[in-house]
Write a new protein. Structure first.
Length: 180
C-alpha cells in the first residue's frame, strides 16, 4: 500500500515539551520530499498551537481543537467545525471554580474535574461531548472529533481515507485511527 497523506498528532507524537524536535522535523521533511501530504492533528486550541508550533507552513492542513478548527496554512483560512463555547457555560464553570481553557470551539479542563463539569453541563442545559486525552478533558460540540476533521481535510485534498497513515498516542486519537 502506498500512503499519500501522513496525519500526525502533535503532543507526545511529534512534539515533546511544546516543541517539534530536530528528528521529527527531519522525518516530516523526508515525508514531504517523498511526495506525501502532511496533516497536523491536535487537541490543542488553535491559538496555543500557533504559540508552540512555528513551522505550521510545513503542513498542508491543520486539524486543531480535536477537530473543532480546520486551518489551511497555504491560504490562511480558518474554518470552525462547531459553534463557539457557550458564554453561559463558561460563566458557570468560572463561578464553580473549575479551571478551563477556551478555544474557538473547544473547552479544555482537567479530567479530575469530570464530575463537576458534568454537573455544570446539566445545570446550564448545555449538551457537549466529553473527550478524554490522558489527564485532560475536552468539551466539544456533538460530532466534532479528530476523525471528522481529518475526513473533511482528506476530502478537500481530493484523496481517500485509504491514502492516510495516522499516528497518535492518546484516547482522543482513536477516532483519528478509525477515520484512516
Amino acid at each position: 500500500m502506498i500512503f499519500k497523506v501522513l496525519a500526525c498528532d502533535f503532543d507526545g507524537t511529534l512534539a515533546s515539551e511544546d516543541r517539534l524536535g530536530a528528528e521529527a522535523l527531519a522525518a516530516l521533511g523526508q515525508a514531504r520530499e517523498a511526495g506525501m501530504r502532511l496533516v497536523l492533528v491536535t487537541g490543542r486550541t488553535f491559538f496555543d498551537l500557533l504559540r508552540v508550533c512555528e513551522p505550521l507552513d510545513l503542513f498542508d492542513a491543520v486539524v486543531a481543537e480535536n477537530g473543532g478548527v480546520l486551518y489551511s496554512p497555504a491560504t490562511g483560512i480558518i474554518c470552525e467545525q462547531g459553534p463557539p463555547p457557550s458564554p453561559r457555560l463558561l460563566a458557570e464553570l468560572d463561578r464553580r471554580g473549575i479551571s478551563f481553557q477556551v478555544g474557538r470551539v473547544i473547552i479544555g479542563t482537567a479530567r479530575a474535574d469530570e464530575e463537576a463539569v458534568r454537573a455544570t453541563l446539566a445545570a446550564t442545559w448545555v449538551n457537549l461531548d466529553l473527550v478524554y486525552n490522558r489527564g485532560a478533558l475536552m468539551l466539544l460540540p456533538k460530532g466534532v472529533s479528530k476523525g471528522a476533521g481529518v475526513r473533511q481535510v482528506i476530502r478537500s485534498l481530493g484523496l481517500s481515507f485509504h491514502d492516510v497513515l495516522a499516528f497518535g498516542d492518546a484516547e482522543n486519537d482513536v477516532d483519528l485511527f478509525e477515520a484512516c
